[in-house]
Design a binder for this molecule. Sequence first.
Ligand code: HAM
Length: 415
Amino acid sequence: MVNIPKGTKDVLPADSYRWQYIEGAARKIAARYALKEVRTPTFEHTELFNRGVGDTTDIVNKEMYTFLDKGGRSVTLKPEGTAGVARTFIENGMAGGVLPAKMYYLTPAFRYERPQAGRLREFHQFGVEFFGASAPEADAELILLVDSFLRELGISSLSLRLNSIGCKHCRPKSNEAPRDYFRPHLSELCETCRSRFEKNPLRMLDCKEEGCRQIAAGAPRILDYLCDDCASHFESLKAMLTENGVRYEIDPNIVRGLDYYSKTVFEFVSTAIGAQGTVCGGGRYDTLIENLGGSPTPAVGFAVGIERLILLMQNTGVPFGEEPTVTVYLAGMDEPSRKKAFAIAQELRRNGISAEIDLMGRSIKAQFKYAGKTGAKYVAVIGSNELENGVMSVKNMSTSTSETVAFPDAVKYFK
Ligand code: HAM
């Protein structure tokens, strides 16, 4: 037999209600913030991610599922949602439409990473992107949206870590300070850090190697090198979060693993799901649209990893709503009764009531057992007596009480 590829997961029929619960909550919160859904292709031209996500990132250098299609074009399965959404924003001339353009997506994403708990090669994101708004209100609204989404799911164990990594005006200074700091330590740092020294020294701050982490702990804080505009943007954002009851922690080491960020960066982090504790990551990316060939457009967004969210809810005992079960199981004792059960089931379904009948030729006892196992709310039994009298005997499975219901009253009874 052919097995499932490493780092991917099936969502089994018994578990899919959990996904639907989270996706439903995501769509609900998106509607409340007046967002519309955007859907972009699963694969894009490789160049989009090289330019968009950035060629100093692990994602682009090591983790992309890139291949030549039969026409010899290099294409890549999307490693995240933002680059494709930015492409569609530019390609469809949305900058000339109503701004801000606010949209959300639920998408699979693909990264060739070493699989472990919370880290997969195919995973799923609920993401939101705002284009056109440069004000800190946009950053605040976005963070409030994540906060409300998590609250509504009943999750209270995540902490919000916040940082600002400045813009292209503060970058020369905010890059030079860590370079000066790391220069004497270069020989003690890992190869990745050394390769980032020239191109992107900020990323040296979040290296996961223990030796590098110890050195990075003493590095200067980017926050001390922000230009006036970035500093006041950050102050306003923090004030708005506080005014609206969102708790946060400033974490100067958050720089994020994608190249497009500027100013605000944030993560919602859990300690309950192991090493891969970041459930949501996001921030401002005011230069991405321009870098991809569009007219300069500020933007801010986030993505929540759905598998990590599910893991967190499971590990912390947060319920996923009620597992849906059928309303009525119609059991027929003999051939004519089974035919009647079949017809009534159809009538119930036409009227919006979920109903199930035996498809396996089971005895009445086995039909009852099946209905019990699958959690049917009612079992309606039809035998030759019932058929003659035009009724069925309905058992309420939670109270174990039974009633006789006439066939023409079935829809009214179960509605
Ligand atoms: P990211 O931090 O790379 O950001 O991913 C966002 C979330 O996706 C993570 O916090 C995590 O929950 C989930 N995730 C990432 N990689 C994996 C993996 N290998 N397995 C399971 N879950 C994973 C982005 O993707 C940005 N596009 C977010 C953004 C949107 N920034 C602005 N707009």
